[in-house]
Ligand binder design. Sequence first.
Ligand SMILES: Nc1ncnc2c1ncn2[C@@H]1O[C@H](COP(=O)(O)OP(=O)(O)O)[C@@H](O)[C@H]1O
Ligand code: SF4
Ligand SMILES: [Mg+2]
Length: 344
Amino acid sequence: MSSAAAMSAPDPLLEVSDLRTHFFTDAGVLPAVDGISFTLRRGRTLALVGESGCGKSVTSLSLLRLIQPPGRIVSGKILLHSARLGDIDIAALRSRDDLLYLVRGGLVSMIFQEPMTALSPVHTVGSQIMEAILLHRDISAAEARALTLDMLRKVGMAGAERCFDQYPHELSGGLRQRVVIAMALVCRPELLIADEPTTALDATIQAQILRLIQVLQREIGCAVLLITHDLGVVAQVADDVAVMYLGRLVEQGPVRTMLRRPRHPYTRGLLRSIPSLNTGRRLDSIPGTVPSLAEIPPGCPFHPRCAHARPGLCDRGGAPALTALSPTHSVACLRAEEIAEATP
Ligand SMILES: Nc1ncnc2c1ncn2[C@@H]1O[C@H](COP(=O)(O)OP(=O)(O)O)[C@@H](O)[C@H]1O
Ligand code: SF4
Ligand SMILES: [Mg+2]
């Protein structure tokens, strides 16, 4: 990066280093997240992509310390440089630390694929959003009500007053996700983690919800960690992309580089499997499936599915380390250089 570019790049908000979250099961230790490091800059969007089962949700739950037994974070740092509360290593907080409650929902909030996981079926929409506000801010109920109505308007709920008194089951999936976004952003978090926020919705609603998240992100100035298995979504909203396979990052870089000059065969495979815009048909999918964490292949964990795998090289030793190709782009493939030359 040139010094001018370095000066214009926003400061890091979240620095995750060597995070490991393992599940201690009867089938053995499952390394669902196994030594990942990434940085999310203030106000920017980082997309974390990969097929189902690669450890994306375990990563997002780990960031908020929401992993339940038999899982636990076994090592690593989750450094949040909060503008409001200073530097916090979320991984090092004790589980009953008051700071952890301030982080959850106050500094960092999260939305999931299925809106009902975040909503209570027995409370009205308005009372749930008000409760989220009153948990984190010292204001009157009347002020909280006004903020709630304002937020419901911002997320595009027609008739905010009526919506305030409705129950989640009275709303469609798309409207419910809007309510969840209102609840997540009403305390103006510094970071929003969105785990497949549109996967359960149909295509037109998906685009609206993504746009809504972008508009509110700009207004609030929060950073977004967007988790998705859909690279089409990434092109629309991400500044940076990290690709995850079997608990590790295999490539990361700025979105333009990742979409135009991806180096890892797995990233290339994900890109080739985006359904064509014209025909809706998948051009080419990655052969095989993600193996179980109980049977991670030796050497490069991707080798059984990789068209570039070289016997005697890719199936030996440990997993390839993430190696910098440039100050912003890194890849974990032993043959990245040769592959780039052979297939421009
Ligand atoms: N509660 C759990 N108990 C045991 N293993 C789990 C549990 N949750 C997740 N895992 C393991 O972690 C892997 C990654 O899960 P997940 O992060 O949900 O994948 P993704 O979100 O990328 O689809 C799973 O395939 C599974 O092996
Ligand atoms: S290290 Fe070998 S098997 Fe792994 S992605 Fe690169 S070429 Fe494929
Ligand atoms: Mg998931």
